[in-house]
Ligand binder design. Structure first.
Ligand SMILES: [Zn+2]
Length: 174
């Protein structure tokens, strides 16, 4: 049986993606995700997101650069790899080159389980220190959230569910 999945899980081996494709084809992927992640988090505003990110930063990456802006971004499409973005803006200030770090979290994470939010915030915080998606980067992600890889996989499965026309699973106003 060949099943087609939206491309969010394209980088994973078939033995991992086939069960997801099967659930999607059976119309049961949403139900499976809801069972695994029953609750939504309550961080809905940029202010709340800011405090949440800063608390994690203080706990795990105390000596990382300070982000200049932290916000949910409704214009970020949850396509490709742009789940969140981390922008490094270099500008000259008082004769010195200063770097500003902005953390923008895709709006899909506003209405999501706490595990998914923590995963994407770990990802963006790790970018304060490591710009590439390399080994050192993923080590930092796992330092902040030990279950990082499984959570990224499950988040990508959720994006497949949405791309296939499934309803949001953790709406703020059900
Ligand atoms: Zn990244």
């Amino acid at each position: 049986m060949t099943s087609t999945l939206p491309p969010y899980l394209a980088a994973y081996p078939a033995n991992l993606t086939e069960p997801v494709a099967r659930l999607l084809a059976q119309g049961r992927l949403g139900e499976a995700l809801r069972r695994k992640y029953p609750a939504a988090h309550a961080i809905r505003t940029d202010r709340a997101l800011h405090d949440y990110v800063q608390a994690l930063r203080a706990e795990y990456l105390r000596n990382a650069p300070q982000p200049s802006k932290i916000l949910f971004d409704g214009k970020l499409q949850s396509v490709g790899r742009a789940l969140g973005t981390h922008t490094r803006i270099a500008r000259v200030q008082g004769g010195k080159l200063k770097t500003k770090h902005e953390i923008r979290i895709a709006a899909v994470f506003r209405e999501a389980p706490p595990e998914f939010l923590r995963m994407i915030v770990a990802h963006e915080l790790a970018h304060l220190k490591e710009s590439e998606h390399d080994k050192a980067f993923y080590q930092l992600c796992r330092h902040i959230e030990a279950d990082y890889h499984q959570l990224e996989f499950d988040l990508r499965a959720y994006l497949c569910h949405l791309a296939a026309g499934g309803p949001p699973l953790w709406p703020a106003t059900p």
